[in-house]
Design a protein. Structure first.
Length: 311
């Protein structure tokens, strides 16, 4: 059987069943091409500008924002709620609240972290409004019942250093270390070509390391050995006599933790940031649902409902 450039069968209209099937496939191809064109038109247009266009009334911009973040928001809500319809409604409510907030807040604050925090708030409200409705995950319901306690209530040194970074770099590191998104998506979110995403990530990590070391030096200023170790972590200070950088952490709990943080910044951020920023976080479930999410799904129906509800 001959096929065209899209892999579609060249079927005669004399066979209505085949023709119907082919017609459906043609519609799918056209639908996919429209979505591809939408992404290409907004390629490397950062979320800040997208949100600005949303505030100016652009429906297409809202579709772009939903398309970039829908999978993550839906996946996070799936760790809180068990009913598919409720998850969809909560996803739309999350975007609606963020769009409304964008009209009165700094647009730089409208990002993936803010979206997930809003999703958590929506899920908590659903849990509180209908505690016995059966759409809330038992673990999340227990978390809400306990007061929504943060697993890491005391800020860690790595978290404090992270919060010293510019918001743009915080967002970049979240996408790279926690969500582990594709460079193309990260570039679109930040308004960068994919080739520059890695460079930005390296700059953000370098700044994070400097903030961390600076804060750690101040915190151990009264402990000579710890201070010497902290300074040895930079390339500008020679090792202290009689104690190598590798030996000291094994005798010091705080320096051992610092050594772990600095040796694996990405792993530390992935472990600590969700708990510190969101409180509720089911890492395994989130990643499982995100892997299953239909990332190429059409965001336009969701955007239309969000826009309609916001009026």
């Amino acid at each position: 059987m001959q096929r065209d450039a899209f892999g579609l069968a060249n079927v005669s209209s004399a066979h209505p069943a085949w023709a119907s099937s082919t017609g459906e496939r043609v519609q799918e191809v056209v639908h996919h091409l429209k979505l591809l064109a939408l992404r290409q038109r907004w390629s490397v247009v950062g979320d800040t500008l997208v949100v600005e266009r949303i505030c100016q009334g652009s429906r297409e911009a809202l579709s772009v924002l939903v398309g970039r973040h829908q999978a993550a928001v839906c996946s996070y809500l799936s760790t809180c709620l068990t009913d598919h319809t409720t998850v969809e409604q909560a996803t739309e409510e999350t975007f609606r609240r963020v769009v409304e907030a964008a009209e009165r807040e700094d647009m730089l604050l409208i990002n993936r972290i803010r979206l997930l925090a809003t999703a958590r708030t929506v899920a908590v409200q659903i849990c509180n409004d209908d505690p016995g409705v059966g759409v809330v995950a038992p673990e999340f319901q227990d978390w809400v019942a306990s007061g929504g306690s943060w697993p890491l209530e005391t800020p860690t040194a790595l978290y404090d250093a992270f919060r010293c970074l510019p918001v743009r770099w915080q967002v970049a590191l979240w996408h790279m270390t926690v969500d582990v998104d594709e460079p193309t998506l990260i570039g679109d979110v930040l308004g960068l070509p994919p080739s520059r995403v890695k460079l930005l990530g390296n700059k953000a990590r370098h700044a994070l390391r400097n903030f961390y070391l600076g804060a750690y030096e101040r915190s151990v200023n009264y402990r000579p050995m710890c201070l010497a170790y902290a300074r040895e972590r930079t390339i500008f200070v020679a090792p202290a006599p009689g104690m190598t950088m590798a030996e000291h952490p094994s005798h010091c709990r705080t320096c051992s933790q610092a050594d772990l943080d600095l040796c694996d910044l990405d792993g530390g951020l992935r472990l600590q940031l969700p708990s510190m920023l969101l409180g509720w976080w089911d890492d395994g479930r989130y990643r499982q649902m995100k892997a299953l999410a239909l990332r190429d799904g059409d965001p336009r129906p969701v955007a239309r409902r969000v826009r309609g509800a916001s009026r």
